[in-house]
Design a protein around this ligand. Structure first.
Ligand code: UDP
Ligand code: MG
Length: 315
């Protein structure tokens, strides 16, 4: 890669994890879009520690077409960090973030470019319909966006993924944020400027299966919430007040009972109280742990991603 070469007008950045089957079709469609837009462009594809032939496909494509830059990470870093690696390598004036599975049509770049010509800093894809995704995924996604909307003041658009076109200015601001547990769509929303939606229908994957199993999805949601809200940390205060109020009522009740000479055999009520209080305390310790663990990870200051190879690009 020659970093002295002039900046391309558009970079397309694509994180890829075990996408050998989706990539040929993705490359074909993305390249034909870039052929048609009439400005200089590059395609930065990041192999996020794939275990299939993804890297071979990428390296071959980069050898064939000088617009293609293939980046290989040392190991699997996860979607958001792989994307961050690609974003830090790309050099375009405008940057399109897109997945390799063609759920988001690359052809929309044309409309996004036009909306950016009209003054947008960010054009984000907003899903009207999601084909090929389970009811469970759609329901949990809807619940998640509603929850995070209530927990934070940042206007994170519902039904939007990372599929978006951003200006170099916005990208540089994004890359200046050193946080490890990245929720990129929220971080872009936090930056502000003029952010406009482009409504589209999300398709089913062309090939392969989702790389977001439930456990990863839950971790991603927890990263998003802990990055954008401290409301869960404050929850123990509210619960504490309620419990203290209840405790005081029970205290009065038992004193009055004692004065009247009838103390009760209280095993059941005691067990209920001990169980409830113990459960809540551990739960709240867990909430503190969720923040503290992330704080600890961040404090180590390790690099966000590690690049093993970069091939392709202008000579
Ligand atoms: N991805 C990645 N690293 C991972 C998981 C996913 O680079 O550890 C990439 C994946 O190849 C795809 C994008 O992130 O291009 C989004 O993943 P996926 O399509 O599986 O997520 P979904 O659309 O099902 O939410
Ligand atoms: Mg997908």
């Amino acid at each position: 890669m020659n970093s002295a070469a002039p900046r391309p007008a558009v970079s397309v950045v694509v994180p890829c994890f075990n996408e050998q089957d989706a990539l040929p079709e993705f490359l074909r469609r993305a390249c034909s879009v870039l052929d048609g837009i009439g400005v200089t462009s590059e395609l930065v594809l990041v192999d996020d520690g794939s275990r299939d032939r993804t890297w071979d496909v990428l390296a071959e494509a980069a050898a064939r077409d000088s617009r293609i830059v293939a980046v290989r990470l040392m190991r699997n870093h996860g979607h958001q960090l792989a994307l961050t690696a690609g974003l830090s390598v790309c050099r375009g004036e405008r940057i399109l973030i897109i997945d390799a599975d063609l759920q988001d049509p690359p052809e929309l770049l044309v409309d996004m470019m036009r909306m950016m010509d009209e003054g947008a800093d960010v054009v984000y894809g907003q899903r009207r319909q999601r084909d090929g995704e389970s009811l469970f995924k759609r329901a949990t996604a809807a619940a998640f966006y509603r929850l995070i909307g209530r927990l934070t003041d940042v206007q994170i658009p519902p039904d939007a993924g990372d599929f978006r076109l951003v200006t170099r200015r916005v990208l540089d601001l994004l890359l200046a944020m050193p946080e490890r547990h990245r929720f990129i769509r929220g971080m872009v929303a936090w930056i502000g400027g003029r952010q406009v939606p482009l409504v589209y229908d999300r398709h089913a994957r062309v090939a392969g299966e989702s790389k977001y199993p439930l456990a990863k999805m839950i971790r991603f949601a927890a990263d998003a919430i802990t990055s954008f809200s401290v409301v869960p940390l404050m929850l123990s205060m509210t619960i504490g007040w309620i419990m203290a109020g209840l405790g005081f009522c029970f205290f009065l009740y038992s004193i009055v009972g004692w004065l009247n000479g009838h103390t009760m055999p209280g095993w059941t009520s005691l067990m209920a109280a001990v169980g409830l209080l113990g459960g809540m305390q551990f739960l709240m310790l867990g909430v503190i742990g969720a923040y503290l663990g992330r704080l600890y990870d961040q404090s180590k200051g390790r690099p966000l991603f590690m690049i093993r190879d970069i091939v392709g690009g202008p000579k």
